[in-house]
Unconditional design. Structure first.
Length: 143
């Protein structure tokens, strides 16, 4: 018979960071590309429903908001300066429009950046290394 089928789509040696980030940007599982990496707006899925890959140990922390601010800032500020230099709209219009544009872009980019960060963390094996580093400490506490 053939090789036994495993639940994990790829081994750590074959994990492509670029592919995992692109899958995360689309909101898909970085391992198989089929399941969803987020449930709801920003909550990470504990386990992929398609391949069984666990995401419970992945901690994106502050990276997705930081990345979102970086991306949105580099979109909004040049647009704001271009509009100001080209058309010089009234201040009240700018004070109403730019915060709304910024908020909409932030809400659009944030879940995608979280998916990309989770994909990168998965591809680099950050959760496995974190778990391996925590084991000696736990064993020392028991002694």
């Amino acid at each position: 018979m053939g090789e036994p089928m495993t639940l994990i789509a790829e081994t750590e040696e074959t994990r492509s960071p670029v592919q995992a980030v692109l899958r995360g940007l689309r909101g898909r599982c970085p391992a198989c590309g089929e399941g969803r990496v987020l449930q709801g707006y920003l909550t990470a899925t504990p386990v992929c429903r398609s391949c069984g890959e666990s995401y419970s140990e992945l901690r994106a922390d502050d990276m997705p908001p930081w990345l979102t601010i970086l991306v949105v800032g580099h979109i909004v500020v040049p647009l704001l300066l271009f509009v100001e230099q080209t058309w010089q709209p009234d201040m009240w219009l700018q004070m109403a429009a730019w915060p709304a544009v910024t908020l909409a872009l932030m809400l659009l980019v944030l879940p995608r950046s979280k998916g990309a960060v989770l994909g990168l963390l998965w591809a680099t094996g950050a959760a496995e290394r974190r778990a391996a580093e925590a084991e000696p400490v736990e064993a020392a506490d028991r002694d």
